[in-house]
Design a protein around this ligand. Structure first.
Ligand code: C5P
Length: 213
């Protein structure tokens, strides 16, 4: 069993890195952000306010990890709404339980999110905290939108990113922060391949130490 926890702010490149690592180490993969997005999406679909906690709890109970539809949940507005429902401890508890069950399933998993190393899998074999400057993250998001033919305004994206960071780092329950034993990986000046190689070095090292112990 190997569990790899990846945390960090929106747009730091966690998702791509998590996918590469899951492929490489042949592990299951869970983007936990999608679980919060699924709750937000359900509320938006039913035109319910995002502070309707009991509706959010019901939606959280109905989240099926095997049926998370990335394309449906990827909209920027869904991510914003997700960070609003993610402040409710009861909603988090329901989703965290599902995420923990996933992590326990052989042969192990790569999970990415905001609280994986601190709350969901505090005993993970390896914890990575992936960051990049807000400007670089906004630039990447802009390039992503433009690559699929969309258009957006850099300063609006940057303002959104800064606001989301504040909400995720400032909430009382499970705020975004590196676990004490996390390895920090700043990808501001790294392409995905370099970030993957840096993460692989950290992981191979940790696994070699674990196997020796
Ligand atoms: O990573 P993604 O942008 O999909 O996450 C959407 C929102 O879900 C985040 O801004 C955060 O508020 C919330 N989230 C969380 N804990 C996680 C994963 C995501 O609170 N483990």
């Amino acid at each position: 069993m190997i569990v790899i926890a990846i945390d960090g702010p929106a747009g730091a490149g966690k998702g791509t890195l998590a996918r590469r690592l899951a492929d490489h180490y042949r592990l299951n993969l869970l983007d936990t952000g999608l679980t919060y997005r699924a709750v937000a999406y359900a509320l938006l679909q039913h035109a319910l306010p995002l502070d309707n906690v009991s509706a959010a709890e019901t939606a959280a109970r109905q989240v099926d990890l095997a049926k998370l539809d990335r394309a449906m949940l990827s909209a920027h507005a869904v991510g914003e709404a997700a960070s609003k429902v993610a402040v409710y401890p009861t909603v988090r508890r329901i989703l965290v339980e599902k995420q923990r069950d996933f992590a326990k399933t052989p042969p192990g998993a790569v999970l990415d999110g905001r609280d994986i190393g601190t709350v969901v899998c505090p005993d993970a074999d390896i914890k990575l905290y992936v960051t990049a400057s807000a400007e670089v993250r906004a630039q990447r998001r802009l390039a992503e939108i433009e690559s699929i033919g969309g258009s957006a305004n850099f300063s609006e994206i940057l303002a959104d990113i800064v606001r989301r960071d504040e909400r995720d780092m400032g909430r009382a329950d499970s705020p975004l922060k590196p676990a004490d034993d996390a390895h920090l990986l700043d990808t501001s000046e790294m392409a995905i391949e370099a970030a993957f190689l840096a993460a692989k070095t950290i992981i191979d090292d940790a696994l070699a130490k674990r196997d020796k112990a």
